[in-house]
Design a protein around this ligand. Structure first.
Ligand code: ADP
Length: 534
């Protein structure tokens, strides 16, 4: 009976029949005017993208009417200009998010309906899949292969997954304490600030918003200044899906202005950040010196990948190549320190160098290309700087070691680079390079390699290649990292928690764990006969 009623309630609230509350309509925010969409020609395809600041389900010009340019990394050319938010736009976005949160239609809404909205958004993304992928390729330099097999499914998947969670976030009950009955409620935290990086703009956007929306929060999100396009496109679909105005707000712009304004805002309840460890530190300070908003950080990495002689060497080479080729080294969990047992060292190094040399570097719109451009001039120069430092510190270059003379003029192409003869204190062994650069070192014993692997300030990911499952257990137990792979690399699924040890951050994204970030636990006690203490 109650099940039937629940079904009826769901059917009585079709996504499109919902009307925003008066509170949302009465928003005092005034914008100069709306901002139009622009149509881009991407690989022969006309793709329209909104260019404004997305507040209250409308794209506006920024209050100061500033704009900034978006670049195509395959040729370094500006492709369009979009509205650049500043502090005052963040204020307006937070006001909208607060009003939407306070309206009972959202925070106390039927979770089944929130799940339906997330599923509807996933359907709209599937409808517009090719446009979204084209934008992501233009903005980031990703190949079609990677954008369509990683970024896109890795974004739609979590939307559907958290849609399923929306009505399953429950509390506990306790009759265990004599004289009381207690239960817990999982309540949304409130207005969530979210700041995302440029390496996975679409995927990071969805990873951030999906668990927050499933649990009834509202959002002010900032995309990375280098890659704002897919987020703008998804906001268009958020409105079409029927999310109430003010539930998701996007302010494009720079870290020092928009990012800092979100991190320091007195009316933002929670902040989720993915990016560099240095910026993570700044954000934590901003929270501490403003309203102590709850912070979760997913930061950098310098992840070890260990190869034992009993591994299937061919497969280990293949996975280790993927460990750096995925997103062309621009992932926080890239396998950049490979430790190979001395018995197979020479064999592995030569097979690995051969495999990476076979990767075709070039224009990401060429379907035969395996490695596109790095995302920006700044990154490109930073990576080349690290390669120079490796040479200066005496590491040996097995392959690569310079800019790749390929692709369109002006693009940010770098040869896959393998260093050997590396020492633990070299910069290339300690710092996150975020490019197609790998260091290979030799080891003898399990104890020794665990010491090497854990000799880092980071702790995001790690891997071991072996057919001996007892050794795999010993090593994975000993690795100080949030993820440990056995006989694979760079495989992250949205149903499994992801996050870091040490200076790779705290809090977990994905899986049930992410719901913790977006709910407060309220304990409610009922007196069932307990006398007041004297
Ligand atoms: P990367 O070094 O990989 O570019 P960052 O940590 O600088 O990574 O950038 C990740 C995100 O953090 C981007 O959206 C960026 O604009 C934002 N950001 C940068 N500096 C700050 C800051 N001081 N406060 C808040 N956000 C920032």
């Amino acid at each position: 009976m109650s099940f039937l009623r629940a079904v009826r309630v769901t059917q009585a609230r079709p996504v499109r029949s919902w009307k925003p509350s008066t509170a949302i309509f009465l928003s005092p925010i005034r914008f100069a005017s709306t901002s139009p969409s622009q149509t881009l020609k991407i690989a022969g395809r006309d793709v329209s993208v909104p260019t404004g600041i997305f507040i209250n389900n409308e794209f506006h010009k920024s209050l100061a009417n500033n704009t900034f340019g978006v670049e195509n990394p395959s040729n370094g050319q500006e492709v369009l200009r979009i509205q650049e938010g500043r502090e005052e736009d963040v204020d307006a976005a937070v006001t909208a998010a607060r009003k939407a949160f306070e309206s009972s239609e959202w925070a106390n809404s039927d979770p089944v309906w929130r799940g339906e909205l997330l599923n509807r958004l996933a359907e709209l993304m599937e409808r517009d899949k090719e446009d979204i992928i084209a934008l992501e390729m233009l903005d980031t330099g990703k190949t079609y292969r990677q954008a369509s097999t990683l970024d896109f499914p890795g974004s739609v998947g979590p939307l559907k997954y958290y849609a399923g969670w929306a009505d399953k976030v429950l509390g506990l009950t306790s009759f265990n304490i004599p004289g009381t009955f207690a239960y817990t409620r999982r309540e949304p935290v409130g207005v969530c600030g979210q700041i995302i990086p440029w390496n996975f703009p679409l995927l990071m956007f969805i990873w951030k918003i999906a668990p927050a929306l499933a649990t009834g929060n509202t959002i002010v999100i900032k995309s990375a200044e280098a890659t704002p396009l897919s987020a703008l496109k998804i906001c268009e679909l958020i409105k079409e899906a029927g999310f109430p105005a003010g539930v998701v707000n996007l302010v494009s712009g720079f870290g020092k202005t928009v990012g800092n304004a979100i991190a320091s805002h007195m009316d933002v309840d929670k902040l989720a950040f993915t990016g560099s460890t240095a910026t993570g530190r700044t954000i934590l300070k901003a929270s501490a010196s403003s309203n102590l908003k709850k912070v979760t950080l997913e930061l950098g990495g310098k992840s070890p990948n260990i190869v034992f002689p009993d591994a299937d060497i061919e497969k280990a080479v293949e996975w280790a190549a993927w460990g750096i080729n995925m997103n062309f080294g621009q992932t926080c969990h890239a396998g950049t320190r490979i430790y190979v047992h001395e018995d197979i060292y020479d064999e592995f190094v030569s097979a690995y160098a051969k495999r990476l040399s076979s990767l075709k570097v070039g224009d990401n719109f060429d379907s035969s290309v395996d490695q596109g451009p790095q995302n920006s001039r700044m990154q490109y120069e930073k990576i080349l700087g690290y390669i120079e430092s490796g040479k200066e510190e005496g590491a040996k270059i097995e392959i690569g070691g310079k800019a790749a003379k390929t692709g369109p003029e002006g693009g940010y192409y770098i040869e896959p680079t393998v260093f050997t003869n590396v020492k633990p204190d070299m910069k290339i062994m300690r710092e996150e390079i975020f490019g197609p650069v790998v260091c290979i070192a030799k080891f003898r014993t399990e104890e020794e390699v665990l010491k090497y692997a854990n000799d880092t300030t980071y702790g995001l990911a790690s891997a071991v290649n072996t057919k001996d499952y007892e050794r795999a257990l010993r090593i994975t137990n000993g690795l100080k990292a949030g993820t440990a792979w056995v006989n694979m690399y760079n495989f992250v699924h949205w149903t499994i928690p992801f996050g870091g040890y040490k200076q790779s951050g705290f809090g977990r994204e994905c899986g049930e764990a992410a719901l913790e970030n977006y709910t407060e636990v309220k304990a409610v006690y009922y007196n069932t006969g307990l006398p007041a203490p004297k």
